[in-house]
Design a protein around this ligand. Structure first.
Ligand SMILES: Nc1ncnc2c1ncn2[C@@H]1O[C@H](COP(=O)(O)OP(=O)(O)O)[C@@H](O)[C@H]1O
Ligand SMILES: NC(=O)OP(=O)(O)O
Length: 315
């Protein structure tokens, strides 16, 4: 099968407090094993990853360098997004190549710097919701709001984080290239961090300050390269109702009708599980005969076989 695989934050950083380059590389080595397990099953893969912590870190580095010496360039958010694609793509392709070599599998792996078109009139530009970078105490957050004009929001009891606009993807500029390479059998990492957000202008496409949700970008890619399946990997094995309550129930297979009811009941947290569920819903509405899966990275291979994870079907 031709699969679009979206990697959650735990694929890159298992400990949110350890944002070091070494920790990311170590995590990628584990992630690469799960990815190559899927390749060994004979599937072709287009991989999409997030960049929330990393792009925030890059922005901070750029800002700190500028504050200490004004001759250092203050790179805009779209360029920082491009940096994050290179940084994360490099670690993923490096570790996947190594894992393939270890198992004597001959396949090409590479990263495509990907521009993703958004609508400049998307209401998301008026209401920033995407958390990026580190967590701050209330006082530090207030200082950053005053000094840098950032919008900072409390994130699920874990502290304050900067939030930026997260418009929906409407088109993937490099879709033809990605499709050709994936169909040729290469493992392609693209749309990293949801893609570099760009808008169409009379003079071609140009970058805009935003961070696109990687689950929505993965769904758009799955539509555009005609993938057989969308697989969203995260830290939990299955989507639940009554999550974290004594009455918690894991979902193995869910239809569109059931999903809509659960969404109405507020069963999925807006900044975490809801975008994944919404992305899967969009994929099966676009392809009523295909399935979308939400599963853990560790159990990805088994979830694709239908043995675990949550499968979303049209009906
Ligand atoms: N209803 C739910 N069922 C399962 N997990 C949920 C639910 N609501 C919220 N979550 C949480 O959402 C997390 C996934 O979101 P998040 O960590 O933001 O994604 P990512 O893996 O893309 O970084 C899960 O690990 C889980 O802790
Ligand atoms: N761009 C994006 O969705 O990143 P995260 O998954 O890290 O939030």
């Amino acid at each position: 099968m031709k699969i679009v695989l979206a990697l959650g934050g735990n694929a890159l950083q298992s400990d949110p407090k350890d944002t070091s380059v070494e920790a990311q590389l170590k995590n990628c080595r584990e992630t690469a094993k799960a990815i190559v397990d899927i390749v060994e099953e004979g599937h072709t893969l287009a991989i999409v990853h997030g960049n929330g912590p990393q792009v925030g870190q890059i922005i901070k580095t750029v800002n700190d360098a500028h504050a200490s010496d004004k001759s250092n360039i203050l790179y805009p958010l779209d360029v920082c997004g491009a940096f994050s694609q290179g940084y994360i793509g490099y670690h993923l392709q490096n570790t996947i190549q190594e894992e393939l070599r270890r198992r004597n599998i001959n396949k090409n792996v590479g990263t495509i710097v990907t521009q993703v078109e958004v609508n400049p009139k998307d209401p998301a530009f008026e209401n920033p919701t995407k958390p990026i970078g580190s967590f701050y105490a209330k006082e530090e957050a207030e200082k950053l709001m005053a000094e840098k004009g950032y919008i900072m929001k409390e994130d699920a009891g874990r502290g304050y984080r900067r939030v930026v606009a997260s418009p929906k993807p409407v088109n993937i500029i490099e879709k033809g290239l990605i499709k050709d390479l994936v169909e040729g059998g290469s493992i392609i990492i693209s749309c990293g961090g949801g893609g570099i957000p760009v808008i169409k202008t009379g003079q071609g496409v140009k970058g805009i300050a935003a961070v696109i949700d990687k689950d929505f970008a993965a769904e758009k890619l799955a539509e555009m390269i005609d993938a057989d399946q969308l697989v969203i990997l995260t830290a939990v094995d299955k989507v639940c109702i009554n999550f974290n309550k004594p009455s918690q129930q894991e979902l193995s297979q869910v239809t569109m009708q059931e999903l809509n009811q659960y969404i109405k009941e507020g069963q999925f947290a807006p900044g975490s599980m809801l975008p994944k569920v919404e992305a899967c819903k969009k994929f099966v509405i676009f392809n009523p005969n295909k399935k979308a899966i939400i599963a853990s990275l560790e159990n990805a291979k088994e979830a694709i076989k239908g043995n675990t994870g949550t499968t979303i079907v049209y009906k």
